[in-house]
Design a protein around this ligand. Sequence first.
Ligand code: PEP
Ligand code: MN
Length: 353
Amino acid sequence: MIVVMKTGATSAQIDNVIARIEQFGCRAHVSQGVEHTIVGIIGNDRPIDREQLERMDGVERTVPILRPFKLASREFHPQDTLVEVNGLTIGGQEIVVMAGPCAVESRSQLLETAHAVKEAGAQVLRGGAFKPRTSPYSFQGLGEKGLQLLAEAREATGLLIVTEVMEPQTVPLVTTYADILQVGARNMQNYALLHAVGEAMRPVLLKRGMMSTIEELLMSAEYVLSHGNERVILCERGIRTFEQYTRNTLDIAAVPLLKQLSHLPVLVDPSHGTGKWELVEATARAAVAAGADGLIIEVHPRPEEALSDGAQSLKPARFAALMQSLRPIAAAVGRRLTLPEAVPTLAACASRL
Ligand code: PEP
Ligand code: MN
């Protein structure tokens, strides 16, 4: 349930409402809107006397939240959440692009990619140091060495770092290096991990499980939020369907739907969403047109040599061309994509494709 305060309710009136909620044995979560302050009630398994709350000074009305996710719901927090990460805002007007290799493979591979995506206008460098691979015989990532290389790339380029954490025990280690903790599709319902990243002082990029519903994604976000970590970014990365021509089926409708159901920022991963580099550009553009707050895209300087996901990785020139093509689309839907001044022209990108 939420308590909607009247316009101009005083802080004393809000404090009284919080105190009453706590007397009910619940927690209060205050969300300051432009017109109204909303006090959310968390942990109310028992019915609450709505009338008692509605009689309190400064209270306009109470509204039950019928959805199973509360903190993640739009009712609970009507304004869009802006996730602030070391000077970068995710969920605001600016489209945020995270790009880089699937896996950190070597110093030269990572630095070359980092410089290229930075020049093209990405703000965050992606790269897995711990890789969740289908086969135990496939490259599993460089582990801590990979994290060190990511930190070196951040130092060299000023890009922020997003990287996957797979187990609760490694959350402290990954947190020392990463600006954003990625929870991968395979771990979206790893509740021990969700508890651990909920306790971490880092934003969490939560990817939709390949067999998960939108409600399940939002329930997983709820786990993280319930620990007090409010910096959760949702990511649509495709789900498994009967279709065989693509690796996954990218659910574009998930973008406006998630924005309707939740206040959290929504990113789209067209690389895992399609599995084919040839489809990445069109689906990235569709994602921005559909209202995504950003993208996470795999880029590799030599995809044919990549140790993982080469087939869905863009070459740097193609990525740079994509970034430029996104700009008018962002503008058409009332968003902005700021590119560096010295960005290569579209024609120059095209000549390097
Ligand atoms: C990744 O981003 O490299 C990754 C493994 O993604 P997902 O968890 O969506 O499969
Ligand atoms: Mn990958």
